[in-house]
Design a protein. Structure first.
Length: 322
């Protein structure tokens, strides 16, 4: 029986302490190293539950599910895992004395996981109905935990869909711009094969964002393969996409009329372009040099400044809010 791939995606699962709920008076075990900086989530914990222990919510308002979409989700789960855990609550025990859980949110994910052949499913087990408290704790933990771009996007999506958060709340709580949240969410629309490369670190979010403008999944997959095979920089990918032909080689460079840039400076410019996820030029004259960092919008500029100097960016946000 197929099992969910591990290590590629955690989403909200990374933001909630593991383990079953503690009985009153019982001292919990020490938190794993990755959980020690997280804010306690009152009335909820993360647990992998046997699918057969879960029963659907009889009050589920949706009674029609798109079978094709569920099959697509099942295929994605087999490739990259379930990025968004379901939400359940304890529902007593069955006739054999086994714990049962009732679905609160995520019936599509639950159905797709069954279709994918999973035995267990990542779940947020709730013992309280305070949605606002749970949402706020999850958003605060999102700021503390280091997630890869797909996990981050999945966490944003679940907070927006399941817990009623807004783009403004997310942007304010996690210290990111709305454009960053939007762009990260868009990564979830990439083909599964591209998401696998992104989750594994074979390509970066800076590589993936230009792929989104192609629209055609086949072209996106083809260019992603070339990025890995040829070791392309973000700038090269942007040039290929701007030429409108992802199947062609890198955009031809114009003949240089001046002294070629030293290889070390060119390498430095490429590394800076990858780091800041935008085009960076490094020029060195006889007496001085300069670094030019391009940006497209004010939000993009704020993102770059936040990467260069987080403290300065936080001071700027504080001045704006005064």
């Amino acid at each position: 029986m197929s099992q969910q791939r591990r290590g590629l995606g955690k989403g909200l699962a990374a933001l909630i302490p593991n383990g079953p709920a503690m009985e009153p008076g019982v001292v919990p075990a020490p938190a794993p190293p990755g959980d020690r900086d997280l804010v306690p989530v009152a009335g909820a914990h993360f647990q992998e539950i046997l699918i057969k222990q879960i029963v659907p919510n009889p009050r589920q308002p949706r009674d029609i599910f798109d079978d094709e979409r569920i099959r697509e989700l099942a295929d994605s789960i087999l490739e990259v895992g379930l990025l968004q855990p379901i939400v359940v609550r304890a529902a007593g025990r069955d006739d054999h004395g086994k714990d049962q859980f009732e679905l609160i949110m995520g019936e599509r994910r639950w159905r797709a996981s069954q279709l994918a052949g999973l035995e267990r499913i990542p779940s947020i087990v709730r013992s309280t109905g305070d949605d606002e408290m749970l949402r706020e704790a999850l958003i605060e933990n999102l700021q503390r935990e280091q997630l890869n771009s797909l996990e981050e996007g999945a966490a944003y999506r679940q907070l927006l869909d399941d817990f009623g958060a807004t783009h403004e709340q997310l942007a304010k709580k996690v210290g990111r711009s709305r454009s960053h949240i939007t762009n990260t969410l868009r990564l979830l629309s990439l083909p599964v094969s591209v998401q696998v490369r992104l989750a594994a670190g074979s390509i970066t979010p800076g590589h993936a964002r230009p792929l989104l403008t192609l629209g055609d999944p086949v072209a996106q997959e083809r260019l992603a393969d070339r990025i890995v095979a040829e070791g392309m920089t973000v700038r090269t990918v942007e040039e290929i996409v701007s030429m409108g032909d992802a199947s062609a080689g890198p955009a031809p460079r114009k003949p240089r009329t001046k002294q070629p840039t030293a290889p070390a400076l060119r390498t430095l410019a490429d590394r800076l372009s990858d780091h800041f996820e935008t085009k960076v030029k490094v020029d060195l004259g006889r007496r001085k040099g300069r670094i030019v960092v391009e940006f497209s919008t004010i939000d993009d500029l704020e993102r770059i400044i936040g990467t260069m100097a987080p403290d300065a960016a936080n001071q700027m946000r504080g001045l704006e809010s005064d």
